[in-house]
Design a protein around this ligand. Structure first.
Ligand SMILES: [Zn+2]
Ligand SMILES: [Zn+2]
Length: 265
């Protein structure tokens, strides 16, 4: 099946421009230097039903704006990488889409690891508590993220990666993989990254950070994985789109908000 992977946001947790900052990237006139919080969407047309299918990876605090910009009118499922604010705090904005989904077939499934489920259950108590009574709560259902999740005929394989002292998840689907908030990739996970056309890796900045890869680390992993094209995301204001891209080796480029690449699912 043919589909698309679209970057809804490619910024780090604070977004770019960063509030209060007057650096050259935060004040840049290049629209590629405006980065919302990290998120992506995989879309394809279902061969059987002819319907467009939409799977979102992470719903951060910019989700509403991103969904409007990308023209998302339905969401079939959400896959969560981990429980940090820049990846989960837009969940409530699924509400209007979830009302339509629940009339059609049921609540929107949210696939998440154990820790993410625990944090979301606490933060969104008014949604997930068995005693929740708020009538306009999101029609969503947390489901444990298994090794493989099949969504309308497309398989999403979870790819464990290290983020500081946490184990979190990236995803492989068809000839593409999306790994964000990475500070380490276990050997066993590299085994899941063979034969990729598109690999997405997070790269925060040039200077080391305890829980995020530098540009150089990401380039090293990109070489090891050997994808045809590697896209960097979760980018801080230290990197200007144009300047950083000029210095990157062939086959590695900064992604930007709104970039869409074709994927074989
Ligand atoms: Zn993050
Ligand atoms: Zn700045």
């Amino acid at each position: 099946m043919r589909g698309d992977l679209t970057f809804l946001g490619t910024g780090t947790s604070m977004g770019v421009p960063t509030l209060g900052c007057r650096c050259s990237v935060c004040t840049s006139a290049d629209p590629h230097d405006r980065r919302l919080r990290p998120s992506a969407v995989v879309r394809w047309r279902d061969e059987d039903s002819g319907r467009e299918r939409t799977v979102v990876i992470d719903t951060g605090p910019d989700f509403r704006e991103q969904a409007l910009r990308a023209g998302l009118t339905r969401v079939d499922a959400v896959l969560y990488t981990h429980s940090h604010a820049d990846h989960i705090l837009g969940m409530d904005d699924l509400r209007p889409l979830s009302f339509a989904a629940s009339r059609e077939g049921g609540p929107i499934p949210l696939y998440a690891g154990e820790e993410t489920m625990r944090v979301m259950t606490r933060i969104y108590d008014y949604t997930f508590s068995p005693h929740a009574t708020y009538p306009n709560r999101a029609r969503v259902e947390l489901r444990p993220l298994e090794e493989r999740t099949r969504i309308h005929g497309v398989e999403f394989q979870r790819v464990p990666v290290i983020h500081g002292d946490m184990e979190i998840f990236g995803f492989r689907f068809g000839n593409a993989a999306y790994l964000t908030d990475v500070s380490g990739i276990p050997d066993a996970s590299f085994d899941l990254l063979g034969g990729l056309d598109h690999l997405v890796l997070s790269a925060l900045r040039y200077k080391p950070h305890p829980s995020h890869a530098t540009v150089d680390q990401a380039i090293g992993w990109a070489r090891r994985a050997g994808a045809r094209q590697t896209w960097l995301t979760h980018i801080a204001h230290e990197l200007s789109h144009e300047g950083a891209n000029r210095a990157l080796p062939a086959g590695v480029q900064l992604a930007y908000d709104g970039l869409s690449v074709p994927v074989a699912l």
